[in-house]
Design a protein around this ligand. Structure first.
Ligand code: MG
Length: 368
């Protein structure tokens, strides 16, 4: 089987409400999504999506994906898409780094492999069943009262796990946010406080040694070394996210005891092929993981949730659905959807999601 054409689409995904991260430093209103359609000489078609969470969350942006694809796509014509590892080697040779450019192509190859094998991606990735995956809400930074109101609204939709975004310049207010939210959670609910790298190490140590809460704390500082320094001086379990760019960062995090868990995000890591490596490493060392994508429609969410569903239950905490924040649905109700606090991955062959052609419009680039 050979790839014959790669078609690239761009679509804006507006958020239902403006979203604030990192103590209010970063604001998001629209996501720039790139959809990739990989065609083959066997008539099978694979789909993938690359959607950074704006251009300030990570060193990744929508136009960068399309620029990178103009370099990569010509090298993929004639390649067998049923070998995602071999496709990844070609992409890494032709464009080192830039993992976020490669994830949509990689997911489309897994989609084709699944269709060819007549198996869903969760099964190709080692899963034994379309396992239920717990999902978590994402609570934008605000006053403690506003954040608690958002948590209660999420609870009404079935969410029992929450990711509350903190990390302001006012240390006292962060302490107040953390302790009030932790103490006021509905019974049985869990929360992670996501700092999104906003604190200096001294601030992280001060805040986390002042709060009563023992909940998970995510990405307290910018770098892996800073987070490891903090992890050695606080009692909260630490989750790492933005500073984890490739496999070696995960190896380093394990060696330096920097965390007890990581976020595994295909678009940040370069697709399912590399996310699976990290997932397998996390299982081997006993990490607890949130497996989800950086952003995007239910197509990107579904690709990530195939990986989550195929991961042993003790090694996964919950997964976030980016599409829950969008006011448009370019895949018309397909893929993973909130079933009252959990999702189930599709059992159709491959990815199990095909975009609505009317919503994608004409391709912005075609490579053949
Ligand atoms: Mg995070």
């Amino acid at each position: 089987m050979k790839i014959t054409r790669v078609l690239v689409y761009q679509i804006d995904l507006p958020l239902t409400h403006p979203y604030w991260l990192s103590g209010g430093r970063l604001k998001f209103e629209t996501l720039d999504a790139t959809f990739v359609q990989v065609e083959t000489d066997a008539g099978l078609i694979g789909w993938g999506e690359g959607t950074p969470w704006g251009h300030t969350y990570l060193p990744a942006h929508g136009p960068g994906i399309r620029a990178g694809l103009s370099i990569l796509a010509p090298h993929l014509i004639g390649v067998d898409p049923r070998s995602p590892e071999a496709v990844m080697q070609i992409m890494d040779l032709q464009l080192p780094g830039h993992p976020y450019v490669k994830s949509a192509i990689d997911v489309a190859c897994w989609d084709i492999l699944g269709q060819f094998a007549n198996m869903p991606i969760w099964q190709l990735l080692g899963g034994d069943a379309p396992n239920e995956v717990l999902i978590n809400s994402s609570i934008s930074t605000g006053t403690p009262e506003d954040m608690l109101a958002l948590i209660l609204a999420a609870a009404d939709k079935g969410y029992t796990v929450h990711s509350a975004k903190v990390g302001g310049t006012d240390v006292g207010l962060d302490i107040e946010r953390i302790d009030m939210i932790s103490a006021s959670l509905p019974k049985g609910h869990k929360v992670t406080f996501d700092v999104n790298r906003a604190w200096q190490p001294a601030v992280a140590i001060e805040v986390l040694n002042s709060v009563k809460a023992h909940d998970w704390v995510e990405q307290p500082c910018q770098t892996l070394d800073q987070c490891a320094h903090v992890a050695a001086r606080v009692s909260n379990p630490i989750m790492l996210d933005e500073c984890m760019s490739d496999f070696n960062d995960h190896l380093e995090a394990w060696k330096s005891s920097a965390c007890e868990g990581v976020k595994v995000k295909p678009n940040r890591l370069g697709g399912l092929t590399k996310a699976r490596q990290v997932r397998d490493f996390g299982v081997a060392v006993g990490w607890q993981m949130h497996i989800e994508d950086v952003g995007g429609s239910a197509l990107a969410d579904t690709a990530a949730l195939h990986l989550a569903a195929s991961t042993p239950a003790p090694n996964r905490l919950a997964s976030w659905l980016s599409h829950d924040h969008l006011s448009v649905d370019p895949v018309s109700g397909q893929g993973v959807r909130n079933l009252g606090g959990h999702v189930v991955p599709p059992s159709l062959p491959g990815l199990g999601v095909t975009p609505d052609p009317d919503m994608l419009g004409a391709p912005v680039a075609v490579y053949s």
